[in-house]
Design a protein around this ligand. Structure first.
Ligand code: ADP
Length: 556
């Protein structure tokens, strides 16, 4: 009997070393630009890769061995990028630390990661010093810039370490399944959980990032998402893979400095969460600046308001993407389907969707018992994903309930239509269940944001004796604007099912945000529960509820 046919293809490990070598040899002239709030400093990939080889030697001198964890407590800058490569090239694991965590969470994350070395920005040393005595695994701290280092223990200066080290020429041979990097979730529901990425998952995710956004060596990527938030959404590695410039705004993510940076450096691809794009938009409008040099905006991390995408449309498409720490993060992107172009009636319908799964990511929605639900654009279920850059477990075996039959339960609920477009309607922890029916906070917020006076909106469920829960709309108005809740309710009428119309309203100066700039609904619910929101009630719920029976079936 003939032997079964074998593939004749090579098996080459997919590692960060391969990405690094591309940047080092093919794209020597591509740039890394770091903003300092006023001017920018620049280095080309030739210089950056040379410094990476020295940093790797320096870290080895500090005792970093394959498998060791090196934490980074840094904003977006060239040195952070150098660590992105030097650490995994040594076979060690880059552990990016969220600079906005509470002291207790930060100590927890560093200890549970087991970091031996932490690289820290001079400006952030007080935060690290405050918890230094609680850190059980850290031996050495490396400081980027000049700082008071008292209380940090054994300290090295980052640039001295690089200057004093000869370039490392012999790199360890890496297995593609070896851990390369680690991120913790922001821990909005309990302790942050660690996700450990492999060389292979990062390589594949980088290729997916390059492919889905057609990134190339003519691009200049403005990375307005912190590099501690899910590996800077994979853009640093993607830039090295394809030769795009990387423009790093350091800690200057506030609207006005960010606008100065964007205007001075003219990125043609910009990346960030909705809050950042909202701020940039306001600053650009106030300064009467046209951002038409951008070809693509990539926005995600939270639902992207349709009005925000529409506001950017005269300049460039602000495309919605979806992802999680657990998905590296790229999972879905919302480009409209073939043939649907601007001006078509369905164009904004598709642009407003959360997205379609990218190649490599499989997706399904399931009901309570885990049974797959139909892709009809109406049936609501929990989104599950799987793929080569999707987590199969958490560090230390936490959160086992999030994994089932090889699928990750995302904790997001929504619908999928016949073409595979997902609409996330809520996170399971934020769902509003009223009289046994779901109310989508995301869709309500999107509808509220279309009102000209509304700058920001968050809808949370509050306990209600009769209906279990009812929506509370919390609003922040644009400077110099306001609107009466009665009028806002009128504005929503006809746009959402009547039983969704909130009767409880509160106005705040700013919606509370999480450490990565997303709405912090837990904090909002807490404010409400503690009576710290001035809530205005409009009409009796019963009157609204009478309309419930008229809701079209698909919206339930
Ligand atoms: P955390 O879970 O701590 O907020 P992540 O950054 O991993 O940290 O957040 C992932 C979550 O962000 C997703 O599960 C989802 O709820 C939300 N998210 C990301 N992108 C989108 C999007 N385009 N639309 C709606 N929600 C999104």
């Amino acid at each position: 009997m003939a032997r079964p046919l074998q593939s004749t293809m090579q098996e080459v490990p997919l590692t960060i070393a391969d990405i690094f070598r591309r940047g080092q040899s093919l794209f020597r002239g591509s740039q890394v630009v770091t903003f300092d709030g006023g001017t920018s400093r620049r280095a080309d990939f030739a210089e950056v890769t040379e410094r990476v080889t020295r940093l790797a030697a320096g870290l080895r001198y500090l005792g970093v061995k394959p498998g060791d964890r090196v934490g980074t407590f840094c904003w977006n800058h060239q040195e952070h990028l150098e660590a992105y490569f030097a650490v995994p090239l040594l076979g060690a694991v880059l552990h990016t630390l969220n600079v906005r965590l509470s002291p207790a969470q930060l100590a927890y994350v560093i200890n549970s990661g087991g970091d031996r070395v932490v690289i820290v920005d001079a400006g952030l040393t007080p935060l690290l010093a405050a918890i230094r005595s609680q850190l059980t695994t850290v031996e050495t701290v490396v400081v980027v810039g000049r700082a008071d280092t008292s209380g940090l223990g054994v300290v090295f200066d980052y640039n001295e370490l690089i200057k004093g080290s000869a370039p490392l020429r012999e790199w360890p041979v890496l297995d593609e399944r070896q851990p390369a990097a680690m991120c913790h979730t922001t821990g909005t529901t309990g302790d942050p959980r660690g996700v450990v990425y492999s060389h292979r998952s990062i390589w594949l995710h980088s290729l997916a990032t390059v492919a889905n956004f057609a990134l190339n060596e003519n691009d200049r990527i403005g990375l307005m998402v912190p590099m501690f938030h899910v590996n800077g959404w994979g853009k640093p590695y993607a830039a090295f893979m394809c030769g795009a410039d990387l423009l790093l705004p350091e800690r200057f993510l506030q609207p006005h400095p960010l606008l100065s940076f964007v205007v001075a450096e003219r990125p043609n691809v910009v990346v960030g969460v909705p809050t950042i794009f909202q701020g940039l938009l306001m600053a650009a409008r106030a300064a009467e600046v046209e951002l038409d040099f951008v070809r693509l905006g990539i926005c995600g991390g939270a639902a992207v308001p349709t009005t925000l995408m529409q506001a950017y449309q005269p300049w460039f498409p602000l495309i919605q993407a979806w992802g999680m720490t657990e998905t590296s993060p790229l999972g879905m992107v919302s480009f409209p389907p073939r043939g649907v172009v601007e001006g078509d009636s369905s164009y904004w319908h598709y642009r407003s969707k959360t997205g379609r799964p990218v190649a490599g990511v499989a997706l399904r929605i399931t009901g309570d018992s885990g049974t797959p639900l139909p892709w009809d654009g109406k049936t609501v279920g929990e989104v599950e994903v799987r793929g080569p850059w999707v987590a199969s477990s958490y560090l230390g075996g936490a959160g086992r309930e999030r994994f089932r039959d090889g699928w990750l339960l995302t904790g997001d609920v929504g619908t999928v239509d016949e073409l595979g477009y997902v609409q996330i309607t809520d996170r399971t922890k934020d769902i509003i269940k009223s009289g046994g029916e779901w109310i989508s906070s995301i869709e309500l917020e999107d509808a509220l944001l279309a009102h000209p006076a509304v700058l920001d909106a968050a809808v949370v469920g509050i306990p209600d004796e009769r209906w279990g829960e009812r929506p509370l709309a919390v609003l922040a108005f644009r400077p110099g604007h306001s609107a009466d809740p009665e009028d806002l309710r009128q504005f929503l009428t006809g746009k959402v099912p009547s039983f969704w119309l909130p009767e409880s309203w509160a106005v705040v100066a700013a919606i509370p945000k999480s450490s990565v700039g997303k709405q912090d609904k837990k904090a909002i619910r807490q404010l409400q529960a503690e009576g710290r929101l001035e809530v205005r009630r409009l009409v009796r719920v019963e009157a609204v509820w009478a309309d419930r029976l008229r809701v079209p079936k698909g919206r339930r």
